[in-house]
Design a protein around this ligand. Structure first.
Ligand SMILES: Cc1cc2nc3c(=O)[nH]c(=O)nc-3n(C[C@H](O)[C@H](O)[C@H](O)COP(=O)(O)OP(=O)(O)OC[C@H]3O[C@@H](n4cnc5c(N)ncnc54)[C@H](O)[C@@H]3O)c2cc1C
Length: 374
């Protein structure tokens, strides 16, 4: 009897699972991908797209084409729960998908739940498609504005800082009018990176007249702007939320073992310890034995071991252990075809670092063009 493998979310691990099942199909297995959008963003190139260095198709994988060439069925939908007893995933519109084995790689969204008004005012950077629609409108508004639009970016991690620099670069190239503020509740920007990286980005923000507000936790978002700790009102016309990673409620609600923040706990096999037919990778997964930052690099690295373990789970074989690398190289761009490398305690930058990043990113995307699968 045919087995059913269900993939929830077209994230960085699942595109590799699809590619590998295409190259080497698993006999007797029907694979289905459920994803709300036809295109999935490669996050490493998102700031470059915003800055105007890439076209949409350069940094988006066309899931429909990828799936078709790999013999995988793609269905449009957003999973909102799983009946773990009956092994059925349910989408927001009521559609159901039965499975024998399910893998979840549906990412995360910025943390805004604890900030009153945040859901009504401003836009989270994820889901990316909604953010990109917003960005198109914002660019047009900046072009036609007679005075500077006040844009606040909440979150001073690599995503927030890169995004601010990319938006600034593009609006300047458009001859638009905008003034940027990057806000963090912590004492430093890029807290996960070494002091050399922090210094370089502080200097770049200063040079571009982008205001950096540290130790400034956002208390409330209103139509006028953001109320910061101490009651100060920071006036803002547009607010972009790039605040860490939050999990959806449905994995916990359906009975999967999750961590305190709601991310799906997995063991070294990338498998749920509470339900062995469930695998999870990328931002949505938490590996308590080897915790790592929520970063696309780890989701990409999990693709090959996930593929292998899905095959083994479907065949009833012994699963392999996956041990994530201790640290990852981060290449963080400054919005102007220049990038800074961050690795352990090392920091170095240059236009050549951006070209190196561009080479790595372009090669990654090339793997998922249909011609390279069949
Ligand atoms: C501006 C910015 C820049 C970044 N740059 C980098 C970088 O250079 N390097 C790096 O390592 N990390 C970077 N990150 C972090 C990176 O975006 C995430 O860690 C990475 O995207 C996580 O990958 P993922 O596979 O878990 O999920 P995602 O890439 O987020 O993909 C999840 C997919 O699942 C779909 N989905 C979501 N919910 C559901 C559902 N309920 N049902 C079905 N499908 C669903 C989504 O539509 C999406 O296509 C950046 C983040 C930001 C915000």
């Amino acid at each position: 009897m045919q087995k059913r493998l269900l993939l929830i979310g077209g994230g960085h691990s699942h595109v590799e699972v699809i590619r590998r099942f295409g190259l080497n199909p698993e006999p007797g297995v029907a694979v289905t991908l459920v994803s709300p959008d036809r295109h999935t963003t490669y996050s490493g190139m998102l700031p470059g797209y915003i800055a105007g260095h890439y076209r949409f198709e350069d940094c988006h994988i066309d899931l429909e084409t990828l799936c078709r060439s790999a013999g995988v069925t793609r269905v449009a939908g957003t999973v909102g729960g799983i009946d773990l007893q009956r092994r059925i995933a349910r989408c927001a519109d009521g559609t159901e998908y039965a499975f024998d084995v399910v893998a979840i790689d549906s990412g995360s969204t910025p943390v805004i739940a604890g900030i009153p008004g945040a859901a009504q005012h401003g836009i989270p950077v994820k889901p990316v498609p909604a953010f990109l629609d917003y960005w198109t409108t914002l660019r047009a508004a900046a072009r036609s504005a007679s005075a500077d639009l006040r844009i606040a970016i909440v979150g001073a991690g690599a995503g927030g800082v890169e995004l601010a620099l990319a938006m600034h670069n593009r609006i300047r190239a458009d001859n638009g009018h905008a003034q940027f503020t990057v806000i963090s509740d912590g004492p430093t920007l890029l807290a996960a990176h070494p002091a050399g990286v922090q210094r370089r980005f502080s200097a770049v923000l200063r040079e571009r007249c982008i205001t950096l507000r540290l130790n400034a936790p956002v208390q409330t978002a209103t139509a006028e702007g953001l109320v910061l700790g101490g009651g100060e009102m920071l006036r803002a016309d547009h607010v972009i939320w790039v605040t860490g990673a939050a999990a959806p409620a449905w994995p916990r609600e359906c009975g999967l073992l999750t961590d305190a923040a709601g991310f799906i706990v997995v063991n070294a096999h990338l498998q749920s310890p509470s339900h062995d037919c469930v695998f999870a990778t990328g931002d949505i997964a938490a590996m308590p034995s080897t915790p790592r930052p929520k970063s696309g690099v780890y989701a990409v690295r999990q693709g090959p071991p996930l593929t292998e373990n899905l095959r083994r789970a479907l065949r009833g074989g012994t699963l392999l252990e996956y041990h994530p690398q201790r640290r990852a190289l981060a290449l963080i761009s400054t919005g102007d075809r220049y990038a800074v490398a961050s690795y352990g305690s090392f920091a170095f930058g240059g236009a050549w670092v951006w070209r190196w990043k561009d080479y790595i990113d372009t090669a990654f995307m090339q793997r998922y063009r249909a011609a390279h699968i069949s």
